[in-house]
Design a protein around this ligand. Structure first.
Ligand code: ADP
Ligand code: MG
Length: 879
């Protein structure tokens, strides 16, 4: 409501004022003095007030006073005396009245102005009040908040509209206190009665959360606040307060509580420790599992304390640092720690937590778990140990090993593989195999690996890998992870196999040769012996004697050839003795110089303290001679021949790379020449009998084969080094003799005569038997003849004066010469025995040498050898 004063136009007021002044002044001029014109300005000063401008009022007042004065002089006048005085007084009073009017008008103007100002302020205050009231009402409706007052004299309550609405009664409802209490749910009535009474009596304010039942029988949660109202004397005259419907908050609280409860039930049911912490990182809850794990059930011990005291001392720092960092950076927390279990065991836990934020992105809570990972951790550790062990195993195996994944990238390489492939594993791991080994790409290697992977079956193959110049034996095993490849460098093994193959070939040729030579020797014995005999008988005949001699020498050459064959076949009966090889070399020096000729320089390099060798000296001489002859043939235009001796040790390593070589001490004898050398393609065949590059008639191809057989049979080793166009070195390794060398007795020369001793000759070959018989008789012996072992035994029983058993070794009829001799010596202890044989037999020869005390006459033999051997056997000490 506004109050408005009538508002005349100010312009109109000003115009009227001016017109009034002009009118009065004109009237003053035309009327004679004495007339009270000055008074007439007064209304116009008041009219000027209507302009509501103070300056206009002041101006009008000044003008009124001024014009009153001016009018005195301009009015036509003839007054004098009392009349003039009257006129002046009249003018003065008029001026005074005009000024007073002006002052009054000003005062009124100011008053009106103040009234208007007050009115404006009032109106503003009213508006504010209105809007505040509206807001209050809105707040009260939204907040379900009302006010009430109970006057203690009447015990009647005044309820605000909102309080009525909460109770679901009509506005203006004013119950008595008893009626008001009736609205509370029965279980709360005592309580509200008590607090209200206390407030009335002692002035104790109350603030309760209770339930009411509304007029429409709805149960609501309310908050009832009350406080006393006192009069000036301080007596309590009323109780007033607020009343609020808090049902929805209450429900929210309850549901929050329920959800909290459900969370805890769930957390407690979980097999892991669940915990929460406030935004500052203080742990405020941990599930039941913590207590089960630690055995601490005391509810007064807070979970954070349980956790910290049971942490492994080594893990405390880690736990705190990581947790502090997580809380400060508000980022998830994760750490592995050991915590003590109820039985004292420390077990590993994985502890994690995440921050939960509100709408404003502020952390409201941390939710965390602690899961026992001890067993996993241990499994992990075991797995790692197994992997380590596997690694060590793969590193320690002699095979090279690598693995590829399904994309052909390297995933593992052991040290052996690194070495053989000449690549560092750091350079290969994770790399594509066919990029790293482009030469293997598209080769048998790739084909085989792909086959293995595609067919899911392991492959094995041997292949030459050209970039490394090696033969590899490869085994590849596919798996779902890729391919595991084992491989070995078998280059040396292949070479060794080839050597073995070579030596086996030589061995079988030897067996064949040995068999032929045996029969051959029987024939040669007869031819040679008879040629000798014939030669003696035909000495006087100039025609026939040379023929007999020719037969003899031809047979002799045949015998030599057979000897060489036997030698190659390792079937000659060697008679190894301790030999000083230097001495033997010096002894043959003269013969060599004569044989080799002037154009060849002979150079002897003899080791000073050479060990004695255990070898058949005659055969060694023969071998040396053969090697020198080969050297001579290789140096047609002359050159240098070097004979060298040395003490040598053949290592285990060397032995394992060669066939039939035992590591140990050897006496090395080498023959080197500066000749044409041997073509590599011939090198592996030169030991074969009958292999020769020399023209027909010049070479027999039996020289080296004889040397080879002899050395092998002696338990030695032979090796050729040759370079085409430069020369050849052949080294013979003779077994060392551990002892001193006895100087050997020179053999007697010529035919040794008999002293008519009785000899039992046992020989199955008729021709040989006849020849031997005749020779022995001719030499002056008495001879008994048997064709087999059993026949000879029969004779031994009959005759007790037999001096010597002269027997062939190999005989049909189930009894060898050796067996015969053994039985004979049982019948006749001390009986002397001489064996004869076409080649050495196992019966009397072991490990390439004659058994101890055995006397042997090798076939073919001539009269001279026969006579000497028979005598030796007759005079040899008995066994
Ligand atoms: P032969 O001497 O009768 O040919 P060997 O068995 O003694 O038979 O030798 C076989 C072959 O080995 C010879 O034909 C020759 O080609 C080769 N040979 C042996 N020794 C030498 C050497 N010192 N220099 C060059 N070639 C050799
Ligand atoms: Mg030769």
């Amino acid at each position: 409501m506004t109050f408005r004063l009538p508002r005349p136009s100010t312009r109109w007021a000003r115009g009227l004022t001016l017109a009034g002044f002009v009118g009065v002044f004109l009237a003053d001029m035309v009327t004679p003095l004495g007339f009270a014109h000055g008074m007439l300005y007064m209304p116009w000063v008041a009219v000027a007030g209507l302009s509501r401008n103070s300056w206009w009022v002041v101006g009008a007042t000044v003008a009124g006073v001024g014009l009153t004065a001016v009018g005195f002089f301009v009015s036509p006048s003839n007054l004098t005396g009392a009349a003039l005085a009257y006129a002046i007084a009249n003018r003065l009073v008029a001026a005074l009245a005009t000024a007073t009017t002006g002052g009054l008008t000003l005062a009124i103007l100011q008053y009106v102005h103040r009234v208007k100002e007050t009115q404006r302020l009032l109106s503003e205050a009213y508006d504010t009040l209105r809007s505040q009231q509206t807001l209050l009402q809105i707040a009260s409706e939204i907040g379900h908040l009302g006010g009430w007052l109970v006057r203690l004299d009447t015990h009647v309550a005044v309820w605000s509209e909102e309080v009525c609405r909460i109770h679901e009664v009509e506005p203006g409802f004013a119950p008595t206190v008893a009626q008001g209490i009736e609205f509370y749910a029965p279980e709360y009535r005592d309580r509200i009665t008590a607090v209200f009474a206390a407030c009335v009596k002692t002035g104790l304010p109350f603030d309760e959360e209770l339930q009411i039942i509304t007029a429409r029988q709805r149960r609501l949660w309310v908050r009832s606040i009350g406080q006393p109202v006192r009069n000036e004397q301080g007596a309590i005259v009323a109780v007033q307060g607020a009343f609020q419907d808090i049902t929805s908050q209450k429900l929210a609280e309850v549901s929050l509580e329920r959800s909290e409860q459900r969370f805890r039930q769930l957390a407690d049911a979980m097999p892991l420790i669940v915990w929460t912490a406030d935004p500052n990182g203080t742990v405020d809850y941990a599930s039941h599992a913590l207590r089960v794990y630690t055995g601490i059930y005391d509810p007064d011990t807070p979970p954070s304390q349980i956790w910290m005291t049971l942490l492994h001392p080594d893990d405390v720092d880690l736990c705190l640092t990581v947790w502090t960092a997580a809380v400060q950076s508000a980022s998830p927390y994760r750490v592995e720690l050991r915590t003590r279990r109820y039985d004292g065991d420390y077990r590993w836990h994985l502890v994690q937590a995440v921050p939960i934020r509100d709408e404003a992105e502020q952390i409201v809570k941390w939710y965390g778990t602690a899961i026992e990972i001890h067993d996993q951790k241990q499994l992990e550790q075991e797995a790692r140990q197994i992997a380590d062990r596997l690694n060590t195993t793969l590193e320690s195996i002699t095979d090279c090993f690598f693995t590829l994944d399904r994309q052909w990238n390297f995933t593992f390489i052991n040290r052996q593989a690194e070495q053989l492939l000449q690549r560092e594993r750091v350079d290969l791991l994770g790399k594509y195999a066919w990029d790293e080994f482009p030469e293997a790409s598209g080769s048998v290697f790739q084909q085989q690996y792909e086959k293995a992977v595609n067919e899911g079956q392991s492959v094995e193959f041997r292949e030459f890998y050209a970039p490394l110049n090696v033969w590899l034996d490869v085994r590849a095993y596919p798996s779902h992870e890729g391919l595991a490849v084992y491989f070995q460098d078998v280059t040396d093994r292949i070479a060794l196999e080839e050597r073995l193959h070579q030596s086996q070939r030589l061995e079988s040729i030897g067996q064949l040769t040995g068999g032929i030579a045996h029969d051959f020797n029987n024939l040669l014995t007869v031819i040679l012996g008879n040629a000798e005999l014939l030669g003696e008988m035909l000495e006087a005949d100039p025609h026939l004697h040379p023929l007999a001699q020719m037969i003899g020498s031809a047979a002799q050459r045949g015998a030599e050839l057979t000897q060489r064959l036997l030698s190659f076949a390792r079937r000659q009966a060697l008679d190894p003795k301790p030999v000083d090889v230097n001495q033997l070399m010096t002894a043959t020096d003269g013969l060599l110089r004569r044989t080799l000729g002037e154009h060849i320089d002979i150079n002897i390099v003899a080791e000073a303290n050479l060990w004695p060798a255990l070898v058949d000296p005659a055969q060694l001489e023969n071998a040396l001679l053969n090697l020198c002859l080969n050297a001579r043939d290789a140096m047609v235009r002359g050159g240098q021949l070097t004979l060298e001796t040395a003490n040598t040790y053949l290592s285990q390593d060397y032995a394992s790379q060669h066939v039939e070589v035992v590591s140990g001490h050897y006496v090395m004898v080498s023959v080197s020449d500066t000749g044409v050398g041997i073509d590599p393609k011939h090198l592996e065949r030169v030991f074969e009998p009958f292999f020769t590059t020399k023209e027909q008639g010049k070479g027999t191809g039996l020289g080296l084969s004889m040397v080879y057989g002899f050395i092998k049979q002696s338990g030695g080793h032979i090796k050729i080094y040759s370079e085409l166009g430069h020369g050849t070195t052949i080294r013979m390794y003779l077994p060392r003799f551990w002892g001193d060398v006895q100087p050997s007795l020179p053999a007697p020369e010529g035919v040794v005569a008999a002293h008519s001793e009785l000899i039992l000759l046992v020989e199955d070959n008729e021709l040989v038997r006849r020849y031997a018989h005749d020779q022995l008789v001719d030499l002056g012996y008495r001879v008994l003849v048997a064709t087999s072992g059993p026949a000879a035994l029969a004779m031994l029983y009959q005759q007790d004066n037999i001096d010597l058993l002269f027997t062939d070794v190999v005989m049909p009829g189930g009894m060898s010469g050796r067996e015969l001799a053994d039985l004979a010596q049982q019948i006749r202890p001390g009986l002397r025995v001489l064996y004869t044989s076409g080649y050495s037999e196992n019966a009397i020869v072991h490990q390439g040498r004659l058994d101890e005390g055995i006397q042997l006459l090798s076939k073919p033999y001539g009269r001279t050898e026969l006579s000497r051997k028979i005598r030796e056997a007759l005079t040899a000490p008995c066994h």
